[in-house]
Structure formats: structure tokens, C-alpha cells
Ligand binder design. Structure first.
Ligand code: ATP
Ligand code: MG
Length: 137
């Protein structure tokens, strides 16, 4: 059993899509074992996405991630990291498989509705960034 960090991004919370996105996770076999709605500052978004600091879209990404509330959550299940990335679909919604969250809801490669950890080490770091152990049940 594995855990991954998920974020429902500002484009999705703005359009009131939290429930529809959570249904995709649950129908896909993942359990939401922690969840909270928060508003990131631009500095906090920058810290979370520090790995992308040198990418041309970094500033735009930090502006976007702090532009409205997000829902941060821990998803648990068999191969949760890979499973979540399947449920999300490709980063660019134009390339995302039918039925995936990004195919159905994302607006662009930047405003793409969800984030998911990409490896066990990043999942552990990202979960610890937002949650303490007793918040995950
Ligand atoms: P995430 O890390 O959010 O789950 P990902 O792993 O599919 O997405 P990354 O390459 O890690 O994609 O990029 C992180 C985020 O940066 C993307 O989800 C997207 O919001 C934004 N991003 C990536 N590429 C671009 C781009 N070319 N233009 C604008 N924003 C981008
Ligand atoms: Mg990523």
C-alpha cells in the first residue's frame, strides 16, 4: 500500500469541481486519507515547486497556484503514485487520455486541475510539506 500527495488546483476549485475530481480518485481505487482546503501564498507555492525554479513557467506557475484556494490531500492505495498519475492523465490536457481528470477538466498545460507526486521520495516530501502524521487516517 502506498501514499501520494495530490493537489486540486485553483482552476478546479474556482469551477467547483472538487467533488467530481474526488469521485475520479475514489472510482479509480484510491482512498482520500487526508484532505484540507488552503490558500497558498506565492512564496509557499514557490517553495513547493522549487524543483521547477529554473523552468520558464516557474513564475506563472507560482502566481497561478496562489491565485485561489487549493485542496491538498493524501491518496492511499495499491501503487497510489502511478495509479494517481493514470487517473490525472498527461500534463497537457491535449495529450491526456479520454476519461482522465485532465482530459475532462483541465483548461491548459499550466491550469491543469491537479497535481500528483511523481516518485516515492517526492511523495514523502510533499506529504510532509502539508500534513503531520496524526492528520492522515
Ligand atoms: P504536477 O507536478 O503538477 O503533477 P506534472 O508532473 O504532470 O504536473 P511537471 O512537469 O511536474 O508536470 O510540471 C509541473 C506543473 O507546471 C504542471 O502541472 C503545470 O501546471 C505546470 N507546467 C508544466 N509545463 C508547463 C508549460 N509548458 N507551461 C506552463 N505551465 C507548465
Ligand atoms: Mg510534477
Amino acid at each position: 500500500i502506498e501514499r501520494t500527495l495530490s493537489i486540486i488546483k485553483p482552476d478546479a476549485t474556482r469551477r467547483n469541481l472538487t467533488g467530481k475530481i474526488n469521485a475520479k480518485f475514489e472510482e479509480g481505487g484510491l482512498r482520500i486519507v487526508a484532505q484540507k482546503r488552503i490558500r497558498l501564498t506565492k512564496e509557499q507555492a514557490g517553495q513547493f515547486y522549487a524543483v521547477h525554479k529554473e523552468r520558464p513557467f516557474y513564475d506563472e506557475l507560482c502566481e497561478f497556484m496562489s491565485s485561489a484556494p487549493v485542496v491538498v490531500q493524501v491518496l492511499e492505495g495499491e501503487n497510489a503514485i502511478a495509479r494517481n498519475r493514470e487517473i490525472m492523465g498527461a500534463t497537457n490536457p491535449a495529450d491526456a487520455a479520454p476519461g482522465t481528470i485532465r482530459a475532462e477538466f483541465a483548461e491548459s498545460v499550466g491550469e491543469n486541475s491537479v497535481h500528483g507526486s511523481d516518485a516515492p521520495e517526492t511523495a514523502a516530501q510533499e506529504i510532509a510539506f502539508f500534513f503531520s502524521g496524526i492528520e492522515i487516517v
